[in-house]
Design a protein around this ligand. Structure first.
Ligand SMILES: Cc1cc2nc3c(=O)[nH]c(=O)nc-3n(C[C@H](O)[C@H](O)[C@H](O)COP(=O)(O)O)c2cc1C
Length: 357
């Protein structure tokens, strides 16, 4: 039997297998003030089979929101809504971390009513989805030293809220071109103060957020997601030597914290960097492997056998298959992801994907 179906202990929590639900934005936080709904509790509980679920990107502050109808975790209403989600997942034997995602320059005034912020006043190329349709990204306000401190404090408050809401931990979104990634990448971080310039300085924001959150709620409740060299949301980490220096420096600085895990969303053509970071990281490694046009599927289970990773995360296939671990074990069949119902809407394409049998 593939090792992926063997139990694993993550941050003191027992997992029945090594198959993880990757974070996926679904834009269905239709409760008051972007709070989670009962429908969201059903969706996550359907996917809890003794494994680890990482929730959709969740804003740690109103200013950190990206797309419309994404949930927050900064108000009492939101915490109450999330508590229903964590209770439902725990009742099904699952372990659940909330992904804390500050959108930074990928936010838009028509969603938040505010100018977004970023490491530097450099707009991303491209467009963001808003209630009024697609709009060009805008130039963010450069965060001042004081505002950086306030943003780190927002992450800490959100992490404390997550514990009140019953989460087993938080995943810091350092991948896919959102705020933490914007600090790591040289095209979005043009700062010359202590938060920018050298690869080491560009890691400072990620390290300070992780350190402050770990101190507040305990390192075994904190994971970090990274996506070195991924071009999503107009990140340009094109210089391979710089990417290696940045991410090996990041791992070096994070190591003493003893975090629960590093979650690597792999960009194309960098398996050698994956191998290097995996060797360097002393804790649990979660890999969301690069698989081209097809989503992560049964062929990737072997990555837990050959030692490439400890745990494997599945995105699109988990979205469409609430009982994914059982289907992987049986070798399929798999429901396919209906793209039309991905973001927003109701239960259709959300809680009505059938389970086997
Ligand atoms: C609908 C959808 C929403 C996503 N939202 C997020 C998100 O909120 N945070 C994040 O880190 N990644 C997000 N991702 C990326 C997934 O976590 C994953 O890395 C990606 O789908 C590739 O894995 P897969 O081939 O298994 O689908 C999203 C992916 C999908 C399909």
């Amino acid at each position: 039997m593939p090792k992926a179906f063997e139990p694993y202990v993550l941050g003191g929590k027992s997992l029945a297998h090594r198959i993880v639900m990757a974070p996926m934005t679904r834009s269905r936080a239709h409760g008051p003030g972007q709070s989670p709904t009962g429908l969201m509790a059903t969706y996550y509980a359907q996917r809890a089979h003794g494994g680890l679920i990482i929730t959709e990107g969740t804003q740690p502050s109103a200013a950190g929101q990206g797309n419309p109808d994404t949930p927050g975790i900064h108000s009492a209403e939101q915490v109450a809504g999330w508590r229903k989600v964590t209770e439902a997942v725990h009742a099904e034997g699952g372990v659940i971390f909330v992904q804390l995602m500050h959108a930074g320059r990928i936010g838009h005034p028509s969603v938040t009513g505010k100018q977004p912020v970023g490491p530097s006043a450099v707009a991303a190329k491209g467009q963001v989805y808003t209630q009024e349709g697609r709009k060009d990204f805008v130039t963010p306000l450069e965060l001042t030293e004081e505002a950086i401190g306030g943003t780190i404090a927002d992450f800490v408050t959100a992490a404390r809220n997550a514990v009140y809401a019953g989460f087993d931990g938080v995943e810091l979104q350092g991948a896919n071109g959102y705020l933490i990634h914007q600090f790591l990448a040289p095209n979005s971080n043009r700062r010359t103060d202590r938060w920018g310039g050298s690869p080491q300085a560009r890691t400072r924001f990620a390290v300070e957020v992780a350190g402050a959150v770990a101190e507040a709620i305990g390192p075994d409740r904190v994971g970090l997601r990274i996506s070195p060299a991924s071009p999503l949301n107009d990140i340009a980490e094109d210089d391979r030597a710089d990417v290696e220096r940045t991410y090996t420096a990041l791992v070096d600085s994070l190591t003493p914290f003893g975090l629960a895990y590093l979650h690597h969303s792999e960009a194309p053509g960098i398996r050698d960097l994956t191998t290097r970071l995996r060797k360097q990281w002393p804790g649990t490694y979660i890999l969301n492997p690069y698989t081209g046009a097809e989503p992560t599927g049964p062929d990737q289970l072997e990555l837990a056998d050959d030692g490439t990773t400890d745990l494997i995360s599945f995105g699109a296939l988990y979205l469409a298959n609430p009982d994914l671990p059982a289907r992987l074990k049986a070798g399929g069949p798999f429901n396919t992801h209906d793209r039309a119902t991905t973001y927003g809407g109701d239960h259709r394409g959300y809680t009505d994907y059938p389970a086997l049998g």
